[in-house]
Design a protein around this ligand. Structure first.
Ligand SMILES: Cc1cc2nc3c(=O)[nH]c(=O)nc-3n(C[C@H](O)[C@H](O)[C@H](O)COP(=O)(O)O)c2cc1C
Length: 203
């Protein structure tokens, strides 16, 4: 099978790339809006971009209506956000938060999660999440327009909160973290089969 992406519909492109780029980490992003309403939504087109400065990147599509997603609007307004890691205990709440709630709905309340005040940014963090990364907006890159284009948000991680029980000898204990990942369709994965491979000599 060979596929030339530029001839695919948006929907088919989505299915293809979300099936091919797997597993993806899930950034559960908390923000606050101009009106003070807290917002929460998951974004799996998410990655680490640089260590010093500590940068992460998030991709935003559009609402079905063609409007900006609330998370992006809030980031543009207050210029900050928090990336919360999603573990197995939070899977249902994360999925529920991806529903298209109106902007004036507090999604923490809707999905039963607890907002905590952040130290360095206005956006709240999620108490139940094992790791919270407080981020300040650095840049928004624009690729095309609605409904097919996207926006890529780059943020600097200015503070990380990690639950003490997950931290040992300057490492996160991956086997205890129980983070989940996103696959294609409506599929997710847990971290079950962890294996080690020593890096080749000379690295
Ligand atoms: C696991 C998961 C990953 C998602 N990843 C993305 C993504 O990378 N980019 C995106 O635009 N939407 C993504 N979505 C959809 C958004 O979460 C959804 O559009 C949400 O309603 C946006 O909320 P907001 O308008 O409050 O920002 C994802 C949904 C789920 C369930």
């Amino acid at each position: 099978m060979k596929i030339i992406p530029k001839y695919l519909s948006k929907r088919d492109s989505h299915e293809l790339f979300m099936g091919a780029i797997v597993p993806r980490p899930i950034a559960f992003v908390s923000t606050v809006g101009e009106d003070g309403i807290f917002n929460l939504a998951p974004f799996s087109c998410y990655t680490s971009l640089c260590l010093k400065p500590a940068l992460v990147g998030l991709q935003f599509g559009w609402k079905r209506s063609g409007e900006k997603k609330d998370t992006l609007r809030n980031i543009e307004f207050f210029k900050d956000f928090v990336v919360n890691v999603v573990d197995e205990t939070m899977a249902q709440a994360m999925n529920q938060a991806s529903a298209n709630y109106p902007s004036d709905v507090d999604e923490f309340k809707e999905v039963g999660l607890t907002p905590l005040k952040s130290d360095l940014v206005k956006a709240p963090r999620v108490a139940e999440s094992p790791i919270n990364m407080e981020c300040k907006l650095v840049q928004i890159m624009e690729f095309g327009n609605a409904p097919t284009g996207s926006r890529f948000v780059i943020g600097e991680v200015v503070l990380i909160h990690i639950k003490d029980e997950l931290w040992l000898n300057d490492h996160i204990i991956i086997s205890k973290l129980k983070a989940i990942g996103r696959l294609g369709e409506e599929l997710y994965c847990g971290i079950k089969d962890i294996f080690e491979m020593k890096a080749p000599e000379g690295l």
